[in-house]
Write a protein that binds this ligand. Sequence first.
Ligand code: IPT
Length: 957
Amino acid sequence: MRFSITSLLVLFQLCSVFTAAQQQWPLHNDGQNDVVQWDHYSVIINGERIFIWSGEMHYWRIPVPELWVDVLQKVKAAGFNCVSFYAHWGFHSPSDGKLDFENGAHNFTSLFTIAKDLGLYILFRPGPYINAETTAGGFPGWLTTGDYGTLRNNDTRYTAAWTPYFDRISEIVGEHAVTRGGNVFLYQIENEYGEQWTDAATRTPNETAIAYMELLEAAANRSGINIPTIHNNPNLGTLSWSMDYDINHVGGDTDLYGLDHYPSCWSCNLEECTSVNGALPDFTLFDYYTNFQEAAPTQPSFFAEFQGGAYNPWNGPAGGCVSNTGPSWVNVFYRHNIGQKVTAQNIYMVFGGTNWGGLAFPSVGTSYDYSAPISESRLLGDKYSELKLLSYFIRAAKELTMVERAGNGTNFTNNAAVFTQVLENVQTHARFYVTVHTNSTLETQEHFKLNVSTSLGTFMVPQYATNVLLNGRQSKILLSDFSAGSQKIVYSTAEVMAVSTFETSPTIVFWVPTGESGEFYLEGAQHGSVMKCQGCSSVGFHQTQHGVITSFTQGAGFSVFKYGNGVTAIIADRTAAYTFWQPTLTNDPHVPLNSTILVAGPHLIRTAEIDGDTLALTGDYNTTTPLEVFIPSTRCTHLTFNGNPLSFHATPYGSIIAHLTAPAHTIASINATLPILSTWKVADGLPERLATYNDTNWVLANHTRTSNPNPPATYPVLYADEYGFHTGPILWRGRFSGAATGVFLNVIGGTSSGWSAWLNGVWIGSSYGNVSLAATNATLDFPGAAVKSTGENVLLVLQDNMGHDETTGVLNPRGIANATLIGGGGGNGAGLGFSSWRVQGNAGGEKDIDPVRGPLNEGGLHAERLGWHLPGFDDGDWAVGSPEEGFGEAGARFYRTVVPLRIPEGVDVSLAFELGGARESRLRAQLYVNGYQFGKRIPWVGNQVEFPVFPGILNYK
Ligand code: IPT
């Protein structure tokens, strides 16, 4: 079910305002213990309510364990209190019966320690199926043959396949559960498997799906998962696995109901999404409240996934589609969800990373940047900053964890073009007014006053300042009776960014877009005064019987006001607010506000620690910047930044100011030191095309039957997965005798795949790839001179493999579905003209000969099989030649060069390789860096030219 905000209006304007009263809602736990509980309002961990504010990242998309702390520190610094991980079964399992949780990035247990140290709860999502735009949706390649049934059901063959993986990962994760002193509090079973009902409206059970979910839940529990389970329903209609909705107890339910939603489509190609979201105008908001109340009324409204960006398909824009889900998108959509009474949200993705090796599924290329708040290069931009403004507010607004909707409509303001959703805390009666354009797709400027009902009576606010403004794509959360530590804000028309109460009365950061006005009423305050005015104007302090109403206009910068009762108000415009940080002095994910401090200035504050009278900060800066810490100078007589002592002075308003001077190295100066890649070696990378090539050690492709539900047109079966090759390019050599005149080939490599064929070393044709065709066919004539009418002919087909499809497509084969000789009496249409076929793929097939890089890194190209991509390989006798020279005839070549780097100490940069090539170039290029495949460039179908390579893969020193 879906409504634009316009229809919300029709629905809810009828509702009158009510004062939310606390109703008795059942308190749930998972039946094993009460460490994690939940009710209609929110999740409760160790007895304390929390607004779960989570971001998704995939450790297997950043295979350098030493970098995980960097990403997680950035997640924490943005104000999240939770991180979510998918595990990728295929990454951990090279063959049936073999699992690797030990080597390199396959051992992910340090994530648990880092998250614990930083104070992040963990939502863990082990699959076994995960989707995630990765090959086979995270299933191992060996599972895609058809031998294990159709998968994702209770078939005993499939059950036997996933059980060892699921048991083991559940054991590993279970050891780090909140019930055992770790931080994992929630475990997701399967993924977007909204299959509980054959008809959700009539609650008609789907027995096999229920049996499957029950098998998975039982496995998790017997393997030590004693925290609640959740499932993420793929859309608003599936209503699956919710204890509340399952009134007849048909089974399979998880402890918590979760929902996934991507209101602006999950792909940079918006056309891909019309089937689910329709062709809706930009910034259409949806009604989730109704779904949550129908599906799971006694549970918190929980987004297991909410859009954090969008993946970039092969034909998508270079660099992704950051503007589709930029800062204003974050601003409006995430506030809207708060208005919908959501109290748990995981954004997908907070950091996307890289589809290195064969991680990608056919529609996406190497980048999984996802236009996420933390970029693939680990950089932070405005989207991150905008998110931070809301995250710190959520941290401050503990009262959000127990709210009811108290009304909705256009009658809360004096402007019908403004729609307000009102939430009220059922105990404290704090109110949150989420305001947005009534027609959220409009970008008009709307000025308004809001009618607030407070403990001190009702007011039309602002009373003194100029009206509140919604300027284009923007939403604002206004407040009444809001607790800021021990103090109360009777109302505010400026948004609250953060509250900190470390050893002082509260310091409250208010923010407005540059040049806008605001007004807030502090109960119990007397005589306000301006301690610092940077861009402030029209400041008024209006004393009432109960406190002070402050009105202001704020230009560029931030101002500081103090009140007689000790409250400090910082008024920042958006740009200044972006420079504020709220590091925590505790690793408690609930973040008591008295364990936080406020810091303004640098690009990033990672951590803060107080030891005696020393405050130690860590962070990043890229220019000369003030570093201002709101902490009493008596509490901090020494200050260090990244371990270096800094001198500072105290301000009259309760902060200390130090300076960070511009680092010696700039991006320009580092760029100037980067080597030019000019000295290359080259070798022929396709000797297999020649008739004389010896393939006796290749796998004989001789199957006459297949369990794949998509049987081939000709035999033997030429499906690579059946012969143990699951990733990257595949080579097929077919032999025949006789005077055939040509061949018909139908090759399946996934969308955008391409292939080429050679007869006795002579190129006979290619298919260059099409973003919408998974298989392409061609009739290729044999040049008279190439075919031997007597004796043996060898046909080589080299196919690129784009990975396996997702969901119901995971069994789609990769290989040759039809190979038919033509003419000369050679073929009979059933492919019998070929006397034999041999196949080659990645070295060792399923043997996982390189357990650190793992089973997905390489394909079957000559260079890959012989280790030419590995750092130790000796290319001493290779010829000199550069990839920039190109080559005219069809073939494959491998180029090697050495890249000396010396990035200065203490500098964090991200280097990328650029692979050019004009759109019409009929080439496929793969980039290997120290043996890791970190780029696939196909100008014919894709636009990615920049391929970032993480430090640790590339040696930056
Ligand atoms: C949702 C999947 O759960 C997730 O794995 C990923 O594929 C994401 O989409 C898109 O990036 S499914 C959603 C498209 C309904």
